[in-house]
Design a protein around this ligand. Structure first.
Ligand code: SF4
Length: 447
């Protein structure tokens, strides 16, 4: 077993290494608590933090925890759990691919060519002279099928002789999809009763984590007083007109999007800062919101915030959470609902609202559609304030129609994402998952 097996446990040779070491998974589960605990962490963190956590103290524990985590997910047997877990493993892998692909010191654990071979894509993907790639159309369709955003539609790609040109970040997004498919492959597994019995308490623990999570609830309440110290600090900086580094701007924008602010509202907020041009801010915000990118990004976890120096003034609650959104959720849960006043209501009230003229403070006011007339931008005027979903689900419409290949902007946005964030498909997936779960799910049964 080598470090790269622990780093990329879904690779075929990692599996081979486990087999060649003569590891009996049932014995490991029965006797090695550290492995089981790390597996539980992988799954639970995926549910609560959209991140698999870790790594473990040793490569062996880290590697073996991966197959045990897949067993655990199979025993929990909830579609939403499987989806979150596979997505979190894929996000972690994508993050590590980015690190390895960017290394020029010869110490990369894998390179892009090896990953392409791993997924039988080496004959399907060819480098182009301009730094981009072309992907065989069948492989492209397979990998891009679950990616959101108009730009992924084949009709919006310059198909040439059965090949689809893609940028380097696009190709890496496709590789992330390949990993997610690999992790979720054949789940739920058919698990022998003996193993099921050994993992009984751990399965129960994950089920409790699932039950505590209100998956249908998106945070859609904006109360800056309850923001975690880091985000409060960044928001103050924006309001003062300070220039924020890219990673800080990404973190704050993603956080604000995650708590329910629309692109327009974030752009409005950022206009306070003379360092932000509206077009660029709108482009970047749409990218983070998933309007013009395959992924709706979540704000960085505390570990990433700390690494970039964005963790400022952590307080006592910070010691018990590992994501700024978790901090905010706890604060919202602890607050008296009657005393919560949404920033958008306050803002509309104080400023007399120039856009819509409605004055009852409902969340949907900001886009001026509060008259039941069916509105212009998003069609989501249900009081949820959820413009993003309304504008892109199924309808195929394009609030983001401005997105047509402005390479510089795209590159800058991608750079920011690479600097600060882990992309996670979020809100829509939650709703779909819940529906699937309540329907009894549509997952496969055995491997
Ligand atoms: S610990 Fe997390 S939530 Fe608290 S200030 Fe730091 S980054 Fe923010």
């Amino acid at each position: 077993m080598e470090p790269r097996h622990a780093r990329y446990p879904f690779l075929a040779d990692a599996r081979l290494a486990v087999e060649e070491a003569g590891v009996d998974l049932a014995t490991v589960i029965r006797e090695e608590d550290a492995v089981v605990e790390r597996a539980r962490e992988r799954v639970s963190n995926a549910i609560t933090e959209r991140d698999v956590g870790g790594p473990a103290a040793s490569d062996r524990i880290e590697l073996l925890s991966y197959p045990v985590a897949r067993v655990l997910v199979s025993l929990v047997d909830e579609n939403v759990c499987t989806r979150y877990y596979a997505a979190a493993e894929a996000d972690r892998a994508a993050e590590r691919f980015r690190e390895d692909f960017a290394r020029a010191d010869g110490r990369a654990v894998v390179d892009r060519a090896a990953v392409l071979r791993e997924f039988d894509l080496d004959d399907e993907v060819h480098a182009l002279a301009d730094g981009g790639f072309e992907v065989g159309v069948a492989a492209y369709l397979r990998l891009a099928s679950s990616l959101r955003g108009e730009s992924w539609r084949l009709a919006n790609r310059a198909l040439d002789d059965g090949r689809v040109p893609v940028s380097e970040p696009d190709l890496d997004a496709l590789l992330r999809e390949a990993v997610e498919a690999r992790v979720g492959e054949a789940l739920p597994l058919s698990v022998p009763d003996e193993i099921g019995a050994s993992l009984g308490e751990t399965v129960q623990s994950v089920r409790e984590t699932l039950s505590e999570l209100d998956l249908t609830r998106e945070i859609d309440t904006v109360v800056p007083d309850l923001f975690p110290p880091c985000m409060a600090h960044l928001l103050d900086a924006v309001r003062r007109g300070d220039h924020l580094p890219h990673h800080s701007r990404f973190a704050l924008t993603a956080f604000l999007a995650n708590v329910g602010l629309s692109t327009d509202e974030i752009v409005d907020l950022y206009e306070v800062n003379p360092g932000f041009g509206e077009d660029m801010t709108r482009y970047q915000t749409d990218h983070i919101q998933g309007e013009t990118s395959p992924t709706e990004y979540t704000a960085p976890a505390c570990a990433t915030m700390k690494a970039y120096g964005d963790c400022v003034n952590p307080d006592a609650l910070c010691e018990h959470i590992n994501h700024p959104l978790s901090y905010y959720e706890v604060k919202l849960d602890d607050a008296d609902e009657d005393e919560l006043e949404d920033w958008r209501e306050q803002n509309g009230g104080e400023e007399g609202d120039e856009t819509d003229g409605s004055e009852d403070g409902s969340v949907g006011e900001t886009d001026g559609s509060e008259d039941g007339s069916g509105d212009e931008t998003d069609g989501s005027e249900d009081g949820s304030g959820d413009e993003t979903d309304g504008s892109e689900d199924g309808s195929g419409d394009e609030t983001d129609g401005s997105e047509d290949g402005e390479t510089d902007e795209a590159e800058e946005a991608d750079t920011e994402v690479a600097e600060g964030g882990e992309g996670v498909e979020k809100a829509d997936a939650e709703v779909v998952d819940d529906e699937a779960a309540s329907d009894g799910g549509d997952v496969q049964t055995d491997s």
